[in-house]
Design a protein around this ligand. Structure first.
Ligand code: ZN
Length: 678
C-alpha cells in the first residue's frame, strides 16, 4: 500500500488529502501499517518530552489521528465493501497492531499529565479547545490510564480480544449471508416478486449454469421476498435463513456467533469494572447524552407504554384482514397487502418513479437550497469498484467544502445495511489543512441493462438518512479532527442530522421533484404523493415497538450482565419481547446473532440512540414546519448550531441553542401518528 497523496505545497489553498484505495494491496497492508505505527510512536515520544504543553502541542498530537486514518481508514473501508480472503487476512493481522497502538495512547500517563496541565492553562475563551481537552481526559480515564500493574495489562488484553471478536462477528454475518442461495425451477413458486428481481435471478442462475432462478440473501432481496412473495413456504425459508444467520440454528456451525456474543459481553463487563463502572451500560453512557441507565430504560419504557396499545390494534387489524393467525413471516406480506387495499398504494408500484440518479439530484438540490452549497459530480480520483461515484461540495463562490464517494449497490463480499463513514476528517492544524471526505454506502438493487437503479420509498428515506450523516461530516467548521463532523459527538445525538434529513423525503414538494417515471418521464401523481404521506403513520406502532424491542434488549443485556449468571441472551430477549413486542418471534429466531450494530461495534448499550435522537430530530424538524420547511434562515441556524459544531460542544447545548428550549417527546409522537391514537 502506497501512501496517500501528500497535502499540497500550499495546503491551505488546495487541501484535498485523498485516500489511496487502488494502492491498497493485501500483501503491502501489514508492512505499511507497521511502518506508520513506528513513525507515530516516534512522534509520541517527541510529544511526551515537551515541558510546557500548549495549543501547538495539542494540534500536533491531533495530527497523529489524521495519519492513522490515512493509512488504516482505506483498509477498514475496503474490508467492508470489497472484502476478499487475502484482504481480510491482512485486516485481521493488522487489527491487533492498531488496537494496541490505540490502547497505548489511551494509557500514556505522560500525555495524560500534559493534558491535565493544559486544562489548567487554557482559558474560558477557548471553548473548543477546552471541550477537546475534557474529552481527551475522559477518554484517558476510560482507556485505563490510571490503572497500574496487572489490571493495566489485563485492560490491554481485553481491548485486543474485543477488537478481534467484534471483527469476527461481522465476518461471520457476511459469510453466512453470502453462502445462502435459493434455487428455483418452478416459476409459480416465485409469484408476487417484481419482474426486475426475477430478471436478475434468471441472470444469476444462467451465470451458475442452472436453468431457472437463483435468489441471494442480500438485504433488498430479503425485504422484497418478505413483502411480496405469495408463497408462504418461500417467505418462511427466507425468514428462517435471515433470522438464523451466523447462529446455532443456521446453515453452518462454523459461523455461529453465539459463543462470540458470550465472550464479548463478558469482556465488556470486565473492562467496565476495571475502570470503575458497575456495568458496560454505565461505561457506555460516560460518552453519551443520557445520564444514567435508569433514564435510558425509563425513556424506552415510556415510549413502549405509549405505543404498545397502538401496535396491538394494528396487529389485530392485520390478523383480521388475513383471516388467520399470522406467523412472523406473514406480517410484512399482509402489511403490504393491507396498505394496498386501505391506502391504494403498492410499494413496488412507486419504484419506477424513484430512479436513483434523479433522487440524488433532488437531494443535492435540497441541500443547495437549505445550506447554500452546490454538489457536483466529478471523476473519482481513485476507486475500489466500477459503480463508485464521486462528488464535490462547494460554496457558491466555488470554494471546496468537502467531497464524498458513493457505493450504493448490493453485491457479494460487501457488508449489508447502509452507512456513512468519515474517510478524511476536516483538519486545520499548524499550517496544514484537509477538507473532509465521506463514504456513503448503501445496498440498493444495481441498475440492469438500460434501467437505472430503482428505489422503494423506504430506500429513498435510507439515502436521505445517510446523507444527513454525510452533511454532518462535511459541513463541519471545527478545525480539530477529533471534534470535527460526527467525531466526538455524543453517540445518542449522532442520529439527529440523519433522522432530521429523512423528514424531507416525506415532503410533497420533494416527492414531486424526485418522483418521475424512469421510462415515460411522467410525474408521480399527486394523489399517490398524498397517499404516500399518509402511509408514513401506517402500522407505525408496530415499527415503533420493534425498534424498542431491539433497544431495550441491547441495553438490558449490557446493564444486567453478571459473570455468575452469564449473558442470558435468549432469556433477556424473551423477557423484552414479552414486555414490548406484539408480534411473537418463533423459537428458532436468532436475531441477536446477526445484530452487528451491537456486537460488531459502535452501538453497544447504545442502540437506544436511534429513538433518543429521533426525539431530537422530530423536534428540530418541527421548527422547520413552523417556519416553512425550506426556510433558509432556519436552515442556517440549524447548520450553525448543530451541523457546523460537531463534537465541539455538548449535544444538548447545541440543540437548545437551535430550538430555544429543551427537547420534547411530542413532535415524535405526532410525527409517527401515535399521539392521536393513544
Ligand atoms: Zn444513522
Amino acid at each position: 500500500m502506497s501512501q496517500a497523496t501528500e497535502p499540497n505545497a500550499n495546503p491551505l489553498l488546495a487541501a484535498r488529502v485523498l485516500p489511496a484505495y487502488s494502492a491498497v494491496k493485501p500483501e503491502h497492508v501489514e508492512p505499511a501499517v507497521r511502518e506508520l505505527l513506528a513513525a507515530q510512536r516516534r512522534a509520541l515520544v517527541a510529544a511526551e518530552s515537551v515541558t510546557t504543553p500548549d495549543l501547538d502541542w495539542l494540534r500536533n498530537l491531533e495530527r497523529i489521528n489524521v495519519e492513522l486514518d490515512r493509512v488504516w481508514g482505506p483498509v477498514w473501508h475496503l474490508n467492508s465493501v470489497v472484502s476478499s480472503p487475502p484482504l481480510r487476512d491482512a485486516f485481521n493481522r493488522c487489527l491487533p497492531l492498531v488496537t494496541e497502538f490505540g490502547t497505548e495512547i489511551a494509557q500514556n500517563e505522560t500525555l495524560y499529565r500534559h493534558f491535565s496541565t493544559l486544562q489548567a492553562s487554557v482559558s474560558e475563551s477557548k471553548p473548543v479547545e477546552r471541550q477537546l481537552i475534557d474529552n481527551a481526559l475522559r477518554d484517558f480515564r476510560l482507556g485505563g490510564v490510571t490503572l497500574q500493574g496487572p489490571p493495566k495489562q489485563r485492560f490491554k488484553e481485553i481491548m485486543q480480544q474485543l477488537a478481534a471478536r467484534q471483527a469476527k462477528f461481522e465476518q461471520n454475518i457476511m459469510d453466512a449471508t453470502d453462502a445462502f442461495e435459493h434455487r428455483e425451477t418452478d416459476r409459480t413458486a416465485l409469484a408476487g416478486l417484481p419482474q426486475f428481481m426475477l430478471d436478475r435471478a434468471a441472470a444469476l442462475a444462467a451465470e451458475r449454469g442452472f436453468a431457472g432462478w437463483c435468489l441471494r440473501l442480500d438485504p433488498p432481496t430479503y425485504q422484497t421476498v418478505m413483502a411480496h412473495a405469495e408463497s408462504a413456504a418461500l417467505r418462511e425459508k427466507y425468514y428462517r435463513a435471515w433470522n438464523t444467520r451466523a447462529s446455532d440454528q443456521g446453515q453452518n456451525s462454523e459461523w455461529n456467533n453465539g459463543p462470540l456474543i458470550d465472550e464479548i459481553l463478558a469482556l465488556r463487563h470486565e473492562l467496565s469494572q476495571l475502570v470503575g463502572f458497575k456495568t458496560f451500560a454505565e461505561f457506555s453512557l460516560a460518552t453519551k447524552m443520557a445520564d444514567s441507565p435508569q433514564r435510558v430504560i425509563e425513556f424506552l419504557r415510556d415510549l413502549a407504554r405509549r405505543s404498545r396499545g397502538v401496535a396491538r390494534d394494528e396487529l389485530a387489524q392485520l390478523t383480521e384482514y388475513a383471516g388467520r393467525k399470522l406467523a412472523a413471516w406473514d406480517v410484512s406480506f399482509y402489511a403490504e397487502r393491507l396498505r394496498q387495499e386501505k391506502l391504494g398504494l403498492a410499494e413496488e408500484e412507486l419504484r419506477p418513479y424513484f430512479a436513483l440518479p434523479r433522487v440524488l439530484d433532488g437531494l443535492f438540490k435540497l441541500c443547495g437550497t437549505l445550506f447554500d452549497i452546490t454538489v457536483a459530480e466529478a471523476p473519482p480520483p481513485d476507486s475500489w469498484h466500477d459503480s463508485v461515484r464521486y462528488y464535490e461540495l462547494e460554496r457558491r463562490d466555488g470554494t471546496l467544502i468537502g467531497s464524498f464517494f458513493t457505493d450504493l449497490y448490493a453485491r457479494p463480499n460487501k457488508r449489508g445495511g447502509a452507512w456513512m463513514g468519515g474517510a478524511v476528517s476536516r483538519a486545520k492544524l499548524n499550517g496544514q489543512a484537509q477538507t473532509p471526505i465521506a463514504h456513503l454506502v448503501c445496498n440498493f438493487n444495481a441498475p440492469g441493462g438500460d434501467r437505472p437503479s430503482l428505489l422503494t420509498h423506504g430506500e429513498v428515506v435510507t439515502l436521505f438518512h445517510e446523507f444527513g450523516h454525510a452533511l454532518h461530516h462535511l459541513l463541519t467548521e471545527v478545525d480539530y479532527p477529533s471534534l470535527a463532523g460526527t467525531n466526538g459527538v455524543a453517540w445518542d445525538a449522532v442520529e439527529l442530522p440523519s433522522q432530521f434529513l429523512e423528514n424531507f423525503a416525506w415532503r410533497p414538494e420533494m416527492l414531486a421533484d424526485i418522483g418521475r417515471h424512469y421510462e415515460t418521464g411522467a410525474p408521480l401523481p399527486r394523489d399517490k404523493i398524498e397517499t404516500l404521506r399518509r402511509s408514513r403513520t401506517f402500522l407505525s406502532g408496530l415499527a415503533m415497538v420493534r425498534q424498542l424491542e431491539f433497544a431495550l434488549f441491547d441495553f438490558r443485556l449490557h446493564q444486567e450482565y453478571s459473570p455468575e449468571r452469564g449473558s442470558r441472551v435468549l432469556e433477556v430477549l424473551d423477557e423484552v419481547r414479552r414486555e414490548v413486542a406484539v408480534v411473537q418471534a418463533p423459537p428458532f429466531n436468532r436475531f441477536a446473532h446477526s445484530f452487528g450494530h451491537v456486537f460488531g461495534g459502535g452501538y453497544a448499550a447504545g442502540y437506544y440512540s436511534y429513538k433518543w435522537a429521533e426525539v431530537l430530530a422530530a423536534d428540530a424538524f418541527a421548527a422547520f414546519e413552523d417556519a416553512g420547511v425550506f426556510d433558509r434562515a432556519t436552515a442556517e441556524r440549524f447548520r450553525h448550531a448543530v451541523l457546523a459544531t460537531g463534537g465541539s460542544r455538548k449535544a444538548l447545548d447545541a440543540f437548545v441553542d437551535f430550538r430555544g428550549r429543551q427537547p420534547s417527546l411530542d413532535a415524535l409522537l405526532k410525527q409517527s401518528g401515535i399521539a392521536e391514537r393513544q
